[in-house]
Design a protein. Structure first.
Length: 462
């Protein structure tokens, strides 16, 4: 049901109620008018006949009959003359006023007053005066019919006018519905013209603003999707670059360990052998050979110090726990004034990590120790590795250094050092979490949580 039809039905119902109320009031007025007319006519007729009857009664019944025939029809009354034997000597003639017509019985019963009857007795007979409201009721019926026709005409005119006015007022709604259908079909460039009427104009202006905001949101979403796609591509590229860098680091470390290490060791051995041979023959050559041996030894020591920074070879051979123990031991040896504690709260048979996860955890421990020593000037470092509900592994590093700069209770890692930025990106790419927060009473706490994913290339016994 359309709004136009609803409004027309409401107006029609209200008009019908108004017409019904007016007709009810009119019927009430007609009933009172008919009652007054009939009662008054009956009272006048009764008084007239009551006085006249005795004047003509002395002359006999024929004189009364002659008088009544001369009076004729009395409005709203039926007069009957009866003798002593109740034989009808005279009855009022039928009214010629609107002869042949009568009001419907239901209407007559609605407006007619209760019938009244008067009997006037005299010597030789009696007069019966009976009220008759048929003509007054017929007049009321004619007025009622005229009023009904006028009300129906008014109802038709009012409904026609309201139908036309409502149609004119709701005409802009068709444009609004059409624009909404276009918007639903995917046309986001639709716009409404200036609609007539304050309400329609307000709706049109709101619709145009909504479309404008929708276009802005769509464009923002498109930019966000493009940015997310580019970020995803950048992350994929970053992971690929990190993998290549780790591969190159691993190759360089192995070359240093296997090839250059052996060469430096051979150089040191040959230099010592030459020094022993020429010890008695040429002291200068001996001194030069021993100098070469010492430099070879220092080169070998420096090379072995570079290998763990390039890649932890022990991680590939013996796993994460052994790599962390080696890192802790090397830190104790290089910083004897620093207390380094290590705890493992995870069963080794449950520790099945893929290469990327193990490497990130090792890099996190390495970066945390470096920052605690270099920036925090810590004297005590606690490194812990523990599992959580057999689904994730957590590495925690706590120091008692100077702590984080600034008054904030916690800082976002994106504002930290480049090592932490790289670490945060790697952890995020693996679906993990990194937190850097102050420790009590002083220092900082680095927490890395990663999902425990099984290594797809687990070694099997042969």
């Amino acid at each position: 049901m359309t709004l136009r039809l609803k409004i027309n039905l409401i107006v029609s119902l209200l008009t019908l109620l108004f017409v019904a109320a007016m007709l009810a009031l009119q019927v009430r007025a007609m009933r009172e008018s008919v009652h007054e007319e009939v009662v008054a006519a009956n009272r006048v007729a009764a008084q007239l006949l009551n006085r006249t009857a005795w004047l003509y009664a002395a002359q006999g019944t024929p004189a009364m009959l002659s008088f009544l025939q001369g009076v004729g029809r009395v409005r709203s009354n039926d007069i009957t003359l009866l003798d002593n034997d109740d034989r009808v000597l005279y009855s009022s003639p039928t009214s010629v006023y609107k002869a042949g017509r009568d009001a419907p019985d239901w209407f007559a019963g609605l407006v007619s007053p209760p019938p009244s009857q008067l009997s006037i007795a005299f010597p030789g007979g009696r007069l019966m005066v009976l009220s008759n409201a048929s003509r007054a009721v017929l007049d009321a019926w004619d007025d009622f019919v005229l009023l009904m026709l006028s009300a129906l005409g008014l109802l038709a005119v009012v409904n026609a006018g309201v139908f036309w006015l409502v149609g004119r007022a709701t005409r802009p709604f068709a444009d609004i519905v059409h624009a909404l259908n276009q918007l639903e079909s995917g046309r986001f460039d639709v716009a409404l013209r200036a609609l007539p009427g304050s309400e329609a104009a307000a709706i049109g202006a709101a619709f145009n603003r909504m479309v404008g905001m929708l276009q802005q949101h769509i464009e923002t979403e498109r930019r966000a999707v493009r940015a997310e796609s580019r970020l995803s591509e950048s992350r994929e590229l970053g992971r690929w670059v990190d993998q290549k860098i780790e591969q190159e680091r691993r190759l360089i470390a192995r070359e240093l360990h296997d090839e250059l290490g052996q060469s430096v060791t051979a150089m040191r051995s040959m230099a010592l052998s030459i020094a022993q041979r020429v010890q008695a023959l040429d002291p200068q050559a001996e001194q030069a050979a021993r100098l070469i041996a010492e430099e070879s030894g220092r080169l070998y020591t420096a090379m072995h110090g570079m290998i763990p920074r390039l890649t932890p070879l022990v991680l590939d051979k013996f796993g994460l726990v052994a790599a962390l123990e080696d890192l802790v031991e090397r830190t104790r040896n290089s910083h004897s004034d620093v207390q380094v504690e290590w705890s493992l709260e995870l069963e080794l048979d449950r520790l099945r990590l893929d290469t990327d996860t193990a490497l990130v955890l090792y890099r996190a421990a390495q970066e945390g120790i470096t920052n605690a020593l270099r920036h925090g000037e810590a004297h005590r470092i606690v490194l812990a590795l523990q599992g959580e509900e057999e689904q994730s592994v957590k590495l925690t590093l706590t120091d008692d250094g100077r702590g984080l700069p600034g008054p904030e209770a916690a800082r976002e890692t994106s504002t930290g050092h480049y090592g932490l930025r790289w670490l945060a990106e790697r952890i995020d790419s693996l679906g993990g979490e990194l937190r850097l927060e102050p420790a009590e009473p002083s220092g900082a706490r680095l927490t890395v949580r990663l999902p425990m994913r099984a290594d797809e290339t687990e070694n099997t016994d042969t």
